[in-house]
Write a protein that binds this ligand. Structure first.
Ligand code: 0PR
Length: 376
C-alpha cells in the first residue's frame, strides 16, 4: 500500500481497465456460475454490511435467511429442514460430512470412511484432507452414474456416509439416489446428496427424478443458489433433515448476540443470503421453471446441431450440460479458445464439456456450432 491514496477517478479507471481483462460470461461455456438476477444484485448491494456471523445484530437479514432456507427446503421435499446459507458447494459438502463425522466420533468410532462416486467434485478431496477421513470412490455404470453394486462392495462397518450426486460437475448426470437411499436406510448410513448444481434444475425438468428429502434415506443436501439459483456469489446452502445434525456443528460464541454458531466460517455475507431470498421470492417456481426450460431447449438444440456435424454426446444430456465426444479434444478446445470461447474438457471419458447456463442465448449456440464445425 502506498502512503498516499489515489483519487476516486484513478481508482475508477483502474477498475474499468481490470474489468476489461475479465471475460464476460457471454462466451463462457465452462462455468456453473452466471450473471446474478438483477433483483439479487439489488438486494446484495442493499445489505452489503450485513453479517450473519452475528445474526442478533441483523434480525431482518436473519428472517430472510430463515425464509430462504424454508423455501429451498420446500423445493427439496421438506420445508422443515435445518441449515444455513453457506459460501457454496464446497462448504456445504464439508459441513455435511463434518456433522456425521462429529456424531460418529462422539460415539467412539475411529478410522471412518465415506463413499462417493468417481464423479464426485474435488471438494471431497479437501474433505478427506481437512476431516482426516478416508474417501472411497465407487465405480460408475455405463451412463456415468454411481454403480450401486460397487457402492455395496465398498461399504463396511467404518462407513459413516454415502454421497450421491444430483447433477455431476463433469457430465451433469444424476446418481440413482432412490436406490442409494434404500441401501442407506437398510444399512443405517447417513446419505448426503450433492445437488450443488442440480438442486435448482432437477425439480423443473420434464422428466421426474427422485433425489431429495422425499426419499426417507436422504439426510442432507447441498444446493447452490450461486449456480442455477441466479443469486450472487457466495451463496450455497446446506440442509439437514434433522436439527440434531446441524447441532453437531455448533461451537459456543460467548460474546456474540447468539450463543452458538454452526457455520464453518465466522463473518458471513448477509448480502448473498438476502440476494438468494429476493430472487427466489421474485421468480417463484414458475420463474425458475422458465429459466431451466430455456436452458434445456438450448441444450437440446446444441446436441442436435452437434449431431448434424457428426459429433455425438457422451450421454444424452440429463441437465443443461453437454459433453461431446470429439477426437483430439484438447486441440479442439484450444482452437475454440482462439475463437473467444471458454470450454472445458472432462477427465474420463475425455470429452468437450459445455454448460448451458442462463447467460447462453440461442444466438450463442448458433455461433458456437458454426465455430465448432470450423474447428473440427
Ligand atoms: N458440488 C458440485 C456437484 C459442483 O459442481 C461444485 C462446483 C461443487 C460441489 C463446489 O461448489 P463451489 O465451487 O460453490 O464450492 N462446480 C463447478 C466446478 O468446479 C464450480 C465452477 C464454477 C467451476 C464456475 C468453474 C467456474 O468457472 O466445475
Amino acid at each position: 500500500m502506498e502512503e498516499r491514496g489515489m483519487s476516486r477517478e484513478e481508482i475508477e479507471s483502474l477498475l474499468h481497465e481490470k474489468k476489461r481483462k475479465d471475460i464476460a460470461y457471454d462466451k463462457i461455456l465452462s462455468s456453473m456460475c452466471t450473471y446474478p438476477h438483477e433483483i439479487a444484485a439489488y438486494a446484495h448491494r442493499m445489505f452489503l454490511e450485513s453479517n450473519l456471523g452475528d445474526p442478533g445484530l441483523f434480525p431482518g437479514t436473519k428472517e430472510m435467511e430463515d425464509e430462504a432456507i424454508r423455501m429451498i427446503g420446500a423445493l427439496l421435499g421438506n420445508e422443515h429442514a435445518y441449515g444455513y446459507i453457506s459460501t457454496g458447494g464446497t462448504e456445504s459438502n464439508i459441513q455435511a460430512i463434518h456433522a456425521i463425522r462429529n456424531r460418529k466420533r462422539r460415539e467412539g468410532l475411529k478410522d471412518m470412511n465415506i463413499i462417493v462416486p468417481e464423479t464426485a467434485h474435488f471438494s471431497f478431496d479437501k474433505i478427506a484432507d481437512i476431516l482426516s477421513i478416508e474417501v472411497r470412490k465407487a465405480a460408475l455404470d455405463e451412463e456415468l452414474r454411481m454403480d450401486v453394486n460397487s457402492l455395496e462392495e465398498l461399504i463396511d462397518d467404518k462407513t459413516i456416509c454415502v454421497v450421491g450426486i444430483a447433477g455431476t460437475t463433469e457430465f451433469g448426470q444424476i446418481d440413482p439416489i432412490k436406490k442409494i437411499s434404500e441401501i442407506a436406510l437398510e444399512k443405517n448410513i447417513f446419505l448426503h446428496v450433492d445437488a450443488a448444481f442440480g438442486g435448482f434444475v432437477i425439480p423443473f425438468l420434464d422428466e421426474k427424478y427422485e433425489f431429495d428429502f422425499s426419499l426417507d434415506g436422504v439426510s442432507s443436501i447441498s444446493i447452490d443458489p450461486h449456480k442455477m439459483g441466479m443469486s450472487t456469489i457466495p451463496a450455497g446452502c446446506i440442509l439437514f433433515r434433522e436439527e440434531s445434525y446441524l447441532n453437531e456443528l455448533a461451537v459456543s460464541t460467548p460474546y456474540l448476540t447468539t450463543k452458538e454458531q454452526c457455520s464453518l466460517i465466522g463473518t458471513r455475507s448477509g448480502a448473498s443470503a438476502v440476494a438468494t431470498f429476493s430472487v427466489l421470492k421474485y421468480l417463484g417456481r414458475e420463474g425458475l421453471r422458465e429459466i431451466v426450460g430455456e436452458c434445456m431447449r438450448l441444450t437440446r438444440m446444441l446436441v442436435r446441431g452437434a449431431r448434424k456435424i457428426g459429433i455425438s454426446p457422451v450421454i444424452e444430456p440429463v441437465m443443461n450440460l453437454v459433453t461431446l465426444s470429439v477426437e483430439e479434444v484438447e486441440k479442439v478446445a484450444n482452437a475454440l479458445e482462439g475463437k473467444g470461447w471458454r470450454v472445458s474438457v472432462t477427465r474420463v471419458p475425455k470429452a468437450l464439456r459445455l454448460v448451458i447456463m442462463p447467460h447462453v442465448k440461442e444466438e450463442t449456440v448458433k455461433k458456437f456450432l458454426e465455430d465448432l464445425k470450423d474447428v473440427v
